[in-house]
Design a protein around this ligand. Structure first.
Ligand SMILES: Cc1cc2nc3c(=O)[nH]c(=O)nc-3n(C[C@H](O)[C@H](O)[C@H](O)COP(=O)(O)OP(=O)(O)OC[C@H]3O[C@@H](n4cnc5c(N)ncnc54)[C@H](O)[C@@H]3O)c2cc1C
Length: 499
């Protein structure tokens, strides 16, 4: 049995941010995540570090939180935030009145917003629709959500934080009406671990009502599914938003070598039962194509969905629900943190840990806004220049991931999952979507005696199957040809269908 002070359930941005904050304030803690870090909404988002522009008219309080956090993250995460800047583009027919409200609201909150002509906008982003009326420039940025989680975890690990990934909390242990610990099932071996603590923080996003129920508590949530598509290369180096009230398909975010376009917003009941609809993919592509016409003839490599954990609201359109957050003190030693954005994860963590400090009657103030994220140098290993310098023995050609890098991750994490390597190196995230690198990565794991040949075949099947769930909505043109080739390799040469 493990004993600690604070148990954090959930390894998305919020949970990882809480672990870092607790670590910097010297509070012993243990984080438990059922998948890898960023397995929920965090890993399924655009990676847009909001300037606040998107919410400035409808939800000024959240917009201000986003802008303040945007400034902080640019400062503490200099090496992992790409300061792309963003444009809100007004297309013919988009209301000028909305643009005026947008500018007025930005001014009120203090978000820098500069109107630029269509000519200037086209100079900045040559792929933009030449028919745009004008654009407004804002300080939007782009961030890799997987890397963000891992950078937060480094601070926790350096200060003896206990971290369990691939462990699902299945039971909350209660004694005399108080939560005193959890039981977590190892998702690989099935072994059950018991961890005891004084405080339990439920940071499980769209699953928080389910985890709260384990202790007999309730969390009022509205679940909203959003889908995104990924292009095989960058069509813009700036974030592009549509100048109109939030609607389907009005954001394009450059991230690493690709662009992510989205999103949709559909109410769902069960976060584990979501699927992409081909209608969503069509809408996103055609709406994105109105801002960047090349979108219509660019190769789409995959689609995916995530679930937004929004505070419960009676509003029929989940787009109108606040992006603010709330901490629920269940009164039995469990706290749930719900709502917010990836952009505001640090603030959410700060407020949650402030509450924990009050519980322990401790005074140490939060330092997460002042201390730069540790490990940025090593984890900023993604930039192309660094990858090109290490061209020997490439395992993933699309994302230039070397064998040495794959071996380093296997040694560091002891993982049996290709997804874990992918989240840390971008292996399998390029146009072939793992077609040429999955079997090589598994070959390396096998060589290092991490997995048996049979386990590697199961892992291969599992990874490809997961990828295919998103690829199947993008099968036309080059992506269809690529997928056929991948199918021949796996079904033909590797005889994968014959179990
Ligand atoms: C399509 C989409 C696009 C978005 N785009 C953006 C954007 O560009 N910018 C932005 O700021 N925000 C964006 N958001 C919102 C943002 O992604 C979320 O608000 C944020 O990531 C939530 O983080 P979280 O850590 O609270 O939840 P999550 O990331 O969902 O983390 C919860 C974690 O809990 C784990 N968990 C659940 N149950 C258990 C259990 N029993 N035991 C152990 N672990 C468990 C899950 O595996 C998961 O990893 C987007 C959301 C969606 C859906």
């Amino acid at each position: 049995m493990i004993k600690t002070d604070v148990i954090i359930i959930g390894g998305g941005a919020t949970g990882c941010g809480i672990a870092r904050d607790l670590a910097l304030r010297g509070i012993p803690h243990c984080l438990i995540e059922k998948g890898d870090f960023a397995a929920g909404a965090t890993g399924a988002c655009h990676g847009l570090l909001h300037s606040g522009g998107r919410y400035v008219v409808s939800d000024p309080h959240s917009a201000k939180e986003c802008y303040d956090e945007n400034i902080i993250l640019r400062r503490i995460g200099e090496k992992c935030v790409e300061q792309t800047g963003g444009l809100f583009v007004r297309l013919p027919g988009d209301s000028k009145l909305y643009r005026d409200r947008f500018l007025k609201s930005c001014e009120k909150i203090g978000i820098p917003a500069e109107i630029i002509s269509s000519t200037k906008a086209l100079d900045l982003v040559p792929n933009l629709n030449p028919d745009i009326e004008e654009a407004v420039k804002v300080p939007d940025c782009s961030i890799d959500p997987f890397r963000l989680c891992m950078l937060n975890i480094i601070s926790s690990q350096k200060r003896d934080g206990i971290i369990f990934t691939r462990h699902k909390v299945t039971e909350i242990i209660k004694e005399h009406g108080r939560c005193v610990g959890v039981k977590a099932a190892d998702q690989v071996s099935g072994e059950l671990r018991e961890i005891h603590g004084n405080v339990i923080i439920n940071a499980t996003g769209a699953w928080s009502h389910l985890v709260a129920q384990l202790a007999g508590n309730e969390v009022p949530l509205t679940l909203s599914k959003g889908s995104l598509v990924i292009t095989n290369h960058r069509l813009t180096n700036m974030v592009i938003n549509r100048m109109r009230p939030s609607a389907d398909g009005d954001i394009i975010v450059p991230n690493e070598a690709v662009c992510l376009a989205g999103t949709t917003s559909l109410a769902v009941e069960d976060p584990d039962k979501i699927r992409i609809e081909s209608q969503e993919v069509d809408t996103i592509i055609s709406e994105a194509g109105r801002m960047i016409p090349h979108f219509n003839d660019t190769r789409i490599i995959r689609a995916f969905s995530g679930v937004r954990p929004l505070l419960k609201s009676a509003k029929a359109d989940s787009r109108e629900i606040t992006r603010g957050f709330q901490i629920f003190n269940h009164g039995d030693g469990m706290y749930s943190i719900v709502g917010g954005k990836l952009t505001t994860f640090r603030l959410m963590a700060e407020k949650t840990v402030d509450t924990v400090m009050d519980y322990f009657k401790l005074k140490k103030p939060c330092e997460t806004a002042d201390i730069p994220l540790e490990g940025q140098e090593e984890l900023s290993g993604y930039p192309l220049a660094k990858r090109l310098a290490d061209m020997k023995n490439i395992v993933c050609e699309c994302e230039l991931v070397s064998r040495a890098e794959v071996e380093r991750i296997i040694k560091q994490t002891g993982t049996r999952y290709v997804g874990d390597i992918s989240h840390r190196t971008r292996l399998g995230m390029g146009p072939c979507q793992g077609g040429f690198c999955t079997f090589r990565a598994l070959g390396i794991m096998h060589e290092k005696s991490i997995i048996s040949p049979e386990q590697s075949m199961n892992a291969l099947r599992d990874f490809l199957q997961r990828r295919f769930r998103g690829i199947r909505f993008c099968l036309w043109g080059d992506q269809l040809r690529e997928e056929q080739l991948v199918e021949y390799i796996y079904m033909g040469i590797l005889a994968l269908e014959k179990k």
